[in-house]
Design a protein around this ligand. Structure first.
Ligand code: BES
Ligand code: MN
Ligand code: ZN
Length: 530
């Protein structure tokens, strides 16, 4: 979609649909200028009919009215934002998503959006842009009916009118540009997840990574089975053994232009990339299996974030993405319950359930990531059904021992409008992974399944601050909601980009580096182990 900003009270907002978001109570005497203006053009009928229909500006409320040609737009849509005191940009993002869906249903091609006055104009502009762009997303390319509709009008243009008194500025244009790039990247991730598993194979995912690298100005290295063997990634090799699809080892690198910045320790992102998880020989039941094209959502979010990090955010430190892509299939060559695999780290793992495959591939990826001297490792994975049992369809489970790093991720998530909740990685559960014959087993008891998976990953982390995000639930939405459609959400990408923005701001506030950062980390390590 194309976006533009206009400012000034009198700015005419073109668009077939004019959207005016309102806080609770604003329909009454406290009507903001944009509402008052539209209302007077309609002889006071806008506020009167909205009130009659019970519109109060509550969250999720909306009111649509035809203007009978009395305004520059065919229709006006009032959107509830709820209590002003409880406002967060996410409320506006969700509302903008609903506006986009309404516009689509009305077959409007353009939308005029009155950005509400809040204490953060940049955040509001970003929220509106993201909500609209995410909200128009649809995945219907395989529907014949959609193909017939190809020529039908589409929402392609949005004009954002700034609140009265707010002037257009470079900062606001930048906020718009970042919001748009980010939302486009999230939609791109959604496509990757929504595409069926016969299309998004490991090699197709590697192609997507190459595309992301091109768009983000990143360095891409793609390996196959040979490279995985050379790196002794025995757990990864075990999981891919049953599939006829070649596995792919993906390494993307963003390097800052400034040579000093380039020497800083990188941030490492790891994404689960099982392009189809049948469960392997521990085969999943039919109902559970049909969803399992979603099992590469972690890598899709990482790739989407890398695009934006490389093309817009450009932080003053390197960022690496590590992805091991393969299928988990049953066959005569598949890995078996009872097998013992040797990880890249040297640890041996008894396989007790071939459906606990994600942690195996991720374990080798985390070891590999750790060898690059990262300042932190963040992994995103559709790892456990147990996390869905705990937190449901909309909340990401966050795990990690390093409070500061976990909290920084939770804060970034909050700012980005993604719900996350911290769960413990307590050693109390560790017995669950004890094996009689190997260093550990890959699947423990059922209770605390999400924690057990995190504990397994932790075995490969070492001393680096690490955060594990279990996105099994939120990777898909069970229904349409705000800017979400039923299906892939692209969850995680927004948080990663926000985290990198924040770490970039932190680094900028530090004194000049003398390539001293890695040494500092080493010191911190000794301090912790003593
Ligand atoms: N990919 C699944 C987890 C999952 C479940 C993702 C539902 C998205 C929606 C993972 O590989 C898996 O199968 N986990 C098992 C672990 C168990 C065998 C220890 C699970 O959650 O049942
Ligand atoms: Mn599985
Ligand atoms: Zn899986």
């Amino acid at each position: 979609m194309q976006f533009s900003l206009v400012s000034g009270d009198a700015a005419p907002v073109s668009g077939e649909l004019l959207v005016i978001p309102l806080f609770e109570g604003e329909l009454g005497d406290a009507a903001p200028a944009p509402l008052a203006t539209a209302d007077s053009s309609l002889d006071g009928k806008l506020r009167a009919t909205a009130a009659q229909e019970g519109f109060k500006g509550k969250v999720d409320q909306s009111f649509l009215l035809h203007t009978l040609g009395r305004l520059g737009s065919d229709r006006v849509l009032l959107l509830g934002l709820g209590h002003r005191a409880r406002f967060q940009p996410e409320v506006l993002r969700l509302a903008a998503g609903r506006a986009a869906k309404t516009a689509q249903r009305l077959k409007a091609t353009s939308i005029g959006f009155r950005v509400p006055a809040t204490d953060n104009a940049e955040g509001a502009v970003r929220a509106v842009v993201e909500g609209l762009e995410l909200g128009v997303y649809r995945f219907d390319k395989y529907k014949s009916s959609a193909r017939e509709e190809k020529g039908a009008p589409k929402l392609t243009r949005a004009t954002l009118a700034l609140p009265p008194g707010t002037e257009k500025s470079r900062a606001l244009e930048d906020a718009l540009a970042l919001g748009l790039k980010l939302a486009e990247a999230v939609n791109w991730a959604r496509d990757l997840v929504n595409e069926p598993p016969n299309v998004v194979t490991p090699s197709r995912l590697a192609q997507a990574a190459q595309q992301a690298a091109k768009e983000g100005g990143l360095h891409a290295e793609i390996g196959g089975r040979k490279e995985i063997e050379r790196l002794n990634m025995g757990m990864f090799l075990g999981v891919t053994a049953g599939s006829v699809q070649e596995p792919r080892l993906i390494h993307l690198v963003y390097t800052p232009k400034n040579a000093k910045d380039a020497k800083r320790p990188p941030l490492a992102l790891v994404g689960k990339a099982i392009t189809f998880d049948s469960g392997g020989l521990s085969l999943k039941p039919t109902e559970g299996m049909v969803e399992m094209k979603t099992d590469m959502a972690g890598s899709a979010a990482v790739l989407a974030a890398m695009k934006v990090i490389g093309s817009v955010v450009k932080p003053p430190f390197p960022v690496h993405a590590f992805i091991g892509a393969c299928e988990n299939m049953p066959s005569g060559t598949a890995y078996k319950p009872g097998d013992i695999l040797t990880a890249r780290s040297g640890k041996t793992v008894e396989i007790t359930n071939t459906d606990a495959e994600g942690r195996l591939v991720l374990g080798d990826m985390i070891t590999w990531a750790g060898e690059h001297g990262p300042s932190a490792i963040i992994d995103l994975a559709t790892l456990t059904g147990a996390c869905m049992v705990a937190l449901g369809n909309y909340i990401v489970g966050a795990f990690g021992d390093d409070d500061a790093t976990v909290n920084s991720v939770l804060e970034a998530a909050k700012a980005a409008g993604e719900e996350m909740w911290r769960l413990p990685v307590t050693d109390l559960q560790k017995d669950a992974l004890r094996s009689e014959v190997a260093d550990m087993k890959n699947s423990g008891e059922r209770w605390g399944g999400a924690i057990n998976a995190a504990l397994f990953l932790k075995e490969f982390v070492g001393d680096v601050p690490w955060v594990h995000l279990d996105i099994a639930g939120p990777s898909n939405s069970p229904k349409e909601r705000g800017y979400l459609n039923k299906g892939a959400t692209g969850v995680g990408a927004r948080t990663l980009v926000e985290l990198v923005r924040r770490r970039a701001a932190d680094v900028a506030s530090l004194p000049e580096p003398k390539a001293a950062a890695p040494a500092k980390r080493a010191k911190a390590k000794t301090a912790r182990s003593s």
